[in-house]
Design a binder for this molecule. Sequence first.
Ligand code: CP
Ligand code: NVA
Length: 310
Amino acid sequence: MAERKKRDFLEIPDLGAPELLALLDRAAALKAGESAGRPFAGKTLAMVFQKSSTRTRVSFEVAMYQLGGQALFLAGRDLQLGRGEPIRDTAAVLSRYVDGVVIRAFAHQEVVEFAAYASVPVINGLTDLLHPCQVLADLLTIREEFGPELRSRRIAWIGDGNNMANSWLNAAFRLGFELRLACPEGYDPNPEIFRRAAAGANVHLVRDPREAAQGAHVVTTDVWASMGQEAEAEVRAEAFRGYHVDPGLMALADACAIFLHCLPAHRGEEVAAEVIDGARSRIYQEAENRLHVQKALLLELMAPDRKETG
Ligand code: CP
Ligand code: NVA
């Protein structure tokens, strides 16, 4: 039998629309209590993290444990990688020990290079460019709220055109829902990712947050200074003044609108405490859903022939 080519998940379009929807269905079934058994008994997931993490780290570790395997947390600075060992050697060597890798890095290109030299599946656990696993969890949360049909949903992104905004564009590109991003000038999403999405999907970039929020089913935002941008925090605070999700902005959204935030959040900056801690917020459900979508993702990439038996 021909050897199967390993699959990575570096960006949302690495999966086709039917695969993404099937993955979300599977995540919902696992969340509802369907057992996937312990297909990863004897298997190890390496987790190479060059940035801090609470949700991504813990949800992947717990996912592996619950599926019978183990996760190996590797802080970038403790690896020889942190002393300049080439990515290609690290990727090739880790592939001889483990069955999959989650990597969180600064430059996206480093993750692309890692995946190119790894012979096991590689999952992007966040780069400066993208955060695909988070948007999978957000999509599951939206389906739980509004039903499985995503195409008729309208999503408003308020704030920085960052890794989350780019991943929302990728999700709109694949799944065809309406996405309106309100970003201040100079903080637009990645132009290539925007162009690809705008060519086929209902995607708009505006400057006025009210225009984006109008009639939205989901209002979502993120910090003004992402990891690695700490030195720009003051300049950014000035640029993002007015890109604050407060009750007034939420009032423009659909009557059933929900608020999402990938976390960590800064109350009183990108979002008012009344919103993030209010009745429309789904932030903890969203964080929990990281576990369920990542289980489905690990099963898809590391045990592709396996199906739950109910
Ligand atoms: N949302 C998210 O990725 O959180 P962590 O940085 O805590 O992993
Ligand atoms: N945009 C944020 C997301 C954190 C989960 C960052 O990159 O720091």
